[in-house]
Design a protein around this ligand. Structure first.
Ligand code: CP
Length: 297
């Protein structure tokens, strides 16, 4: 199977993935559970990444698999080869899974249509980022204990965020109340929700801040240094509007001093590093799932 959108997951598959991610968060694989032994994972990132690229590769190796990274800038993409021809070329080498990040929304779905190899979407522009959504939910489950009934405020650059798309869908599906808020120019067209960041954060159990994606903005935000943080960012003062034990999340990379204050990012209520750790465990679960399917074919 492919994992392009969180909507691709049935309820039983979603539950199994979250259960398995929780397992790998607390267990090391052994000879009997290195399920990618003899398996080959190819990664191709057409956009920058630290967390997603490294954690997919570490996850594959932890499960006994091999990883080959397409060096995009040194590849025939630079000579004008189309995405379709690149995908067909890699497919002919018969890897067991193909992990792709691409700036165009819908690119991963297109690639999955061209390849027999199971395809995992590691982020397609402002489309989806299913492994991030899964790791966010798995992190909350592990550190808060449940999802149902929680109030989760997701704040910042919602318009350009594939993370908001995937994470919000999963949280809503699992019974959380999701409040999306941000500067009007960074909200999706036609959004109907809380008017402001303070209103969204008020009484929340979890506050997830999102990076301002300046690379996807055609115009300069025009905000003076410190202005975004003061008006829309997560400061200690703003966090005090949430529940006293509210957790702080951010998918990374962070613009420190822009959407989040240092003391909050590094504070004791922050789950940001826990999200990174859960990223490896979740991607182990995803790779097991897609290569298990490949084995069964
Ligand atoms: N959260 C996330 O996707 O981070 P990277 O861009 O570093 O992979």
């Amino acid at each position: 199977m492919d994992l392009i959108s969180v909507d691709d997951l049935s309820d039983p598959l979603l539950e199994e993935l979250l259960r398995r991610a929780g397992h790998w968060a607390t267990h090391e694989p052994d000879a009997a559970t290195r399920h990618l032994t003899g398996r080959q994972v190819v990664t191709a990132f057409f956009e920058h990444s630290t967390r997603t690229l490294m954690s997919f590769e570490i996850a594959a190796r932890r499960l006994g698999g091999s990883v080959t990274r397409l060096p995009v800038e040194m590849s025939s993409v630079a000579k004008g080869e189309t995405l379709r021809d690149t995908a067909l070329t890699l497919d002919a080498m018969a890897p067991d899974a193909f992990v792709i990040r691409h700036p165009e929304p819908g690119a991963a779905r297109e690639v999955a249509g061209w390849m027999a190899t199971p395809v995992i979407n590691a982020g397609d522009g402002a489309g989806e980022h299913p492994s991030q959504g899964l790791l966010d939910v798995a992190t909350i489950r592990r550190h808060v204990g449940h999802i149902e009934g929680l109030v989760v405020a997701i704040c910042g650059d919602i318009r350009h965020s594939r993370v908001a798309n995937s994470t919000a869908k999963l949280l809503t599906r699992l019974g959380a109340e999701v409040r999306l808020a941000g500067p009007a120019r960074l909200m999706p067209e036609g959004h109907d929700g809380p008017d402001g960041i303070d209103e969204a954060i008020g009484g929340a159990d979890v506050v997830m801040m999102l990076r301002v994606q300046r690379e996807r903005l055609s115009e300069d935000l025009g905000d003076a240094p410190g202005e975004y943080l003061a008006r829309y960012g997560l400061t200690g003062e703003r966090l005090s509007l949430a529940k006293p034990d509210a957790k702080v999340m951010h998918p990374g990379p962070m613009n420190r001093g822009v959407e989040i204050e240092d003391a909050v990012a590094d504070g004791e209520r922050s789950l940001i590093r826990a999200q990174v750790a859960m990223g490896v465990a979740t991607r182990m679960a995803i790779l097991e799932m897609v290569t298990g399917e490949a084995r069964a074919r």
